[in-house]
Design a binder for this molecule. Sequence first.
Ligand SMILES: [Mg+2]
Length: 337
Amino acid sequence: MGEFELIDRYFKFSKTGNGLIVGVGDDCAIMDPTPGMQWVVSSDMLVEGRHFFADVDPFSLGQKSLAVNLSDLAACGAKPRGFTLSLALPTVEESWLEGFSKGLGEMSLRFDCPLVGGDTTKGPLCIGITVMGEVPSGQALLRSGAKAGDDLYVSGTLGEARAALLGIQGELNMSSELLEQLRPRLESPTPRVLLGQKLKGLASAAMDLSDGLSGDLAKMMKASGKRAQVQTDWIRDSRAMGAALQSFSFEERLNLVATGGDDYELLFSAPKSLRHAIDALSSEFQLPLTRVGEVMALDTQIDGLSSEKAINSSLVVFLDAKQQAMELKAQSFDHFS
Ligand SMILES: [Mg+2]
């Protein structure tokens, strides 16, 4: 099968209309910008062996490839407009392409984000997607807007994708039932696209969680010039810790939540005066929006961190129930060793 036949058969699932003037098949796609909106653009690449296993279900992989990109649009509060796909394939395997394009097409349709163009070539399996969206001018949510005194929230549940990965790799002992329960969190995450759009005007800063709460929160604090303290006892019994993880110890769960990654949930800050509005949003979406901590000024003294050096080196501090700083990395976590 030649390149053009392959594109015709598997990657022409999006129709023109809704501002998409010319889609797949011409030299360029042509899209109508909406007056008063700014473009928001993001790219993500998934490489076999590094981001996914060779034997992963192609339908889920198609879904996830677009989902992780849509998650970045969600973090900015943007409405999806379209995406391009650059695909390197070692061989043309029709059953794989069939599954992959169906998963990709399902996610594309679900979030009204048409495939507008791209490229295919022979090579090691690699999926590059660039996603484009729109946001009212000047209203994009950024990482840099967190203010001292703001609450910190996470959407959904954290740690489950990492638990699934460790389960698949045999590094975390779990029943096959639990692994099957957790697997969709790793293989087909749901980008919080509508939530992101609704957070505009409420959240002071936002980002999506792809590398784990601890590291991503540090990135947000660095961009905002602030520090954060996370109350682990708020996480302990909260809905932010996936119910599926209840069979693990609190320390193990906390490690998965804090350092897991691949969550594709939203992390955001918001003024305390908006707690009712955030709760209302949580009810509207039937999705936990859990307050996990607070944004502090950079020079705030934190109990348990005595030396100035320790304070400066840590943009994110996890506090135990007694308000003492916890050393998450120093905790033993047998399953990770
Ligand atoms: Mg991101």
